[in-house]
Design a protein. Sequence first.
Length: 320
Amino acid sequence: MKNTSIVVGRNITIDIAKSIGILLMIVGHCWEIPYMPYRHIIFTFHMPLFFIISGYFFKNKDVKVSLVNDAKHLLIPYFVTSLSIILILLIRAVFDGDYTQFIYYLKATFLGSGSKHPCIFFSNIPNIGALWFFPALYICKNVYNILPKNKKIRFIYSFIIYMCAYLLGRYVLFIPFSVLSGLSAIIFYAIGDNLKECNRISKYYWIIGIICWILSFKYSRISLVQPIMDLYIIDIIGATTASILIYIISKKLTGLNYLSKFLFWVGKNSMYILCFHLIDLNIGISSLICNNNNVILSLLPFPLISTYLFEKIKTQIKNK
């Protein structure tokens, strides 16, 4: 998987892959539609895709530097987005006189759980929703950074960590700030780190990978947040195969002038788009203008327009 860059310091193929991932995530959050088989297809790979992409750019760093830098890029967006939602809920509560939602989300912010969990202990606690990704990725990146530098040994350690965290998180207990979700996703991070040295994938892997992806879609549930992967290694292979396919599709899309520019912009600003989408998802801004027939289209404009305006304001401030 070689770099394909048109902007200094950025990989357009990866940015397009990120844009596909974030747009699919928004579509996957359209819970108002009663049944969407494509939602299950999206869930077979969309979160593993983000961990794989993050792992693709992994570089060994000093532990302190890594902790501080990742806190700036992951934990600050987590708390800023959470506090924005809390502030809006507080304002709403003052007018409505009902502080239930405000208190719930305040608790959820300091627990960092993305969902209800199937484990025995602490399974049904206030959850923050899709914001779980930020602390989970923070944990994942920094644990991976302290593993042995030898690629093979590091991958073995990652697999062991994944299995232990997965079994502990699924069957025993939840640990705040999605620690176990992040550790169970470390296998995808390790796969991403190894994929950057892969120039060619054999046809035999493609056959096995597609079969695994089909099996995963038909017979499994994949939810890194809980964490759930019913078919274990089959799910990992299937999600990895789907992620590589997204990369290949993204590479093809780089030749489409206007579409590639739009997708490149979405991928470059995927962090902001995610934050604005999560504000919308929790506050219900889009639900004010949508119904069950156009919910997908209504969820897309708010994070895209908000990100565009935010980017413009940020540029103007920098230029002053």
